[in-house]
Ligand binder design. Structure first.
Ligand code: NAD
Length: 495
């Protein structure tokens, strides 16, 4: 095992996380109705960070009732510009406490701090800043219909929103949901993933400090099957915005049918990153390695399938392998650490099982794929060569630091393989031929296509997919449509 694993530069945490965290309901931090708690651990050390009040159905009912009161009351009737100002004050407070929030996220979600400071935190801040600016710019239209009527449209908030968030980017994906929902005038009950509740609860404290009225934002941590299920089936929730696995997404679609809730679902991926033989192979391979190993591969748009054209295949495998071996595992707060653990023991076992399956299927494990150390859920980054398109490791989402490198002949072959899964979240292509890149962009079955780059997101661009990758889009103006309903108004002018 040549991947560096190093605790010698461990830095002491500069913050103190309270040993017990409460849930946020109706503007107050409270214990759960049942008095139950659960523990949240640091996946790099398996040490308990804090206990968290564990929500149940009664807490969900109280949170939804508070959200409804706030929706009918202060939040909806407040001037839109004032809503925007409150969100601006919130983002200022998040900036002020940026180091602390980054450290909480790093320890609770097992993310190297350097990545949190480069990606998660700036993206969350950018998202809130962007939608705070939208609060007073959600317009209707005057639509000419007939001479004797004034006809116009308004966009109204959908109401009470349930935001169900995964553990891989708790802060960033949480904000992708909170910021547009609140800017549109909705109120929210948020359920963080049970493995990662801490950053949400901290920014919840700052939301109150910023002046968010009671009940506008409620945060109920707890198990998905209890808290998530209660929200999805609640008759007074108007919309569910969810990011997570396709299986849970399917259940949400069914549950939402009860009162015809609006839903948006951001689900899985098995994205192809295609390297043609006329590409800058060194850059492409470097980006392909980052595209799968960033966040230990726990990224819905991870480039988990690298497709390399025959004549450059061996070089691509070799270069990605070298990058995999150079990644540095270890203390999350050490800024040199580039690869963290995976989130949990369960996830670690599932990933290691896929490594076994890949070998049984006949793929060549070139490097990695082993547990590293005895504490924490570290896995050495794995590179599989000689992967066939039909293999399980090429079709199923592993959600870990495991890449399948697949050989292709020509453009048509590349497209056939790239499009040949149930997912359609993202795809990448590398070439010096702009015509080829544009053809790829048109033919790729994906909500986002990266050309000569990989992995960027920006809140101004739509984000999402179809099939097992989900339903609807987040970000940009698409999110404003998710959280509002159009209304047509007729004013009779004929007297
Ligand atoms: P998950 O579906 O198990 O959990 C996601 C959230 O749903 C958690 O908060 C969980 O508690 C909750 N949940 C679980 N069961 C529920 C139920 N019955 N009803 C309501 N809520 C329930 O997924 P995960 O393991 O947390 O995250 C990994 C998955 O998420 C991967 O498949 C990944 O591809 C996907 N993901 C997608 C995107 C995207 O933007 N498309 C982003 C991140 C993660």
């Amino acid at each position: 095992m040549s991947t560096a694993y190093d605790y010698t530069y461990a830095q002491a945490s500069k913050i103190i996380i309270p040993a017990h965290k409460l849930m946020l309901i109706d503007g107050r931090f409270v214990e759960s109705a049942s008095g139950k708690n659960f523990t949240t651990i640091n996946p790099a050390t398996e040490e308990v960070i804090a206990t968290v009040a564990e929500g149940g159905e009664e807490d969900v009912n109280r949170a939804v009732a508070a959200a409804r009161r706030a929706f009918e009351g202060p939040w909806r009737t407040m001037r839109a510009s004032e809503r925007g100002h409150i969100l601006q004050r919130w983002v200022e407070l998040i900036r002020k406490h940026a180091d602390e929030i980054a450290e909480i996220e790093s320890l609770d979600a097992g993310k190297p701090i350097a990545g949190v400071l480069r990606q998660d935190l700036p993206a969350a801040i950018d998202t809130l800043t962007y939608y705070a600016g939208w609060a007073d710019k959600i317009l209707g239209d005057v639509v000419p219909t007939r001479d004797d009527a004034l006809t116009y449209t308004m966009r109204e908030p959908v109401g009470v929103v349930a935001a169900i968030v995964p553990w891989n980017f708790p802060l960033m994906i949480g904000m992708w949901k909170l910021a547009p929902a609140l800017a549109c005038g909705c109120t929210v009950v948020m359920k963080p993933a049970e493995l990662t509740s801490l950053s949400a609860l901290r920014i919840g404290e700052l939301a109150l400090e910023a002046g968010l009225p009671p009940g506008v934002l409620n945060i109920v941590p707890g198990p998905g099957r209890v808290v998530g299920d209660a929200l999805v089936n609640h008759p007074d929730v108007d919309k569910v915005t969810f990011t997570g696995s396709p299986g849970v997404g399917r259940g949400i679609m069914k549950g939402a049918a009860g009162n015809f809730k609006r839903i948006s679902l951001e689900l899985g991926g098995k994205s192809a990153n295609v390297i043609f033989d006329d590409a800058d192979v060194a850059s492409a391979s470097r980006a392909a390695a980052s595209g799968i190993f960033f966040n230990a591969g726990q990224v819905c748009s991870a480039g988990s399938r690298v497709l390399a054209q025959e004549s450059v295949y061996d070089e691509v495998v070799e270069r990605i392998t070298q990058r995999a071996k150079s990644l540095r595992m270890g203390d999350l707060l050490n800024r040199q650490t580039s690869l963290g653990p995976v989130i949990s023991e369960r996830q670690m076992k599932s990933i290691l099982n896929y490594v076994d399956i890949g070998q049984q299927e006949g793929a060549t494990l070139v490097t990695g794929g082993e547990r590293v150390g005895e504490r924490g859920y570290f896995i050495s980054p794995a590179v599989f060569a000689d992967v066939k398109h039909e293999m399980k490791i090429s079709q199923e989402e592993i959600f870990g630091p495991v890449v399948s490198v697949i050989k292709f002949k020509d453009e048509d072959d590349a497209i056939r393989i790239a499009n040949g899964t149930v997912f359609s979240l993202a795809a990448g292509a590398w070439s010096r031929d702009l015509g080829r890149l544009q053809r790829f962009a048109k033919r790729a079955k994906a909500g986002t296509v990266w050309l000569n780059t990989y992995g960027y997101t920006d809140v101004r661009l739509p984000w999402g997919g179809a099939g097992d990758s989900g339903l609807g889009r987040e970000h940009g103006t698409a999110a404003l449509e998710n959280f509002t309903e159009p209304k047509a108004v007729w004013l009779n002018l004929a007297g």
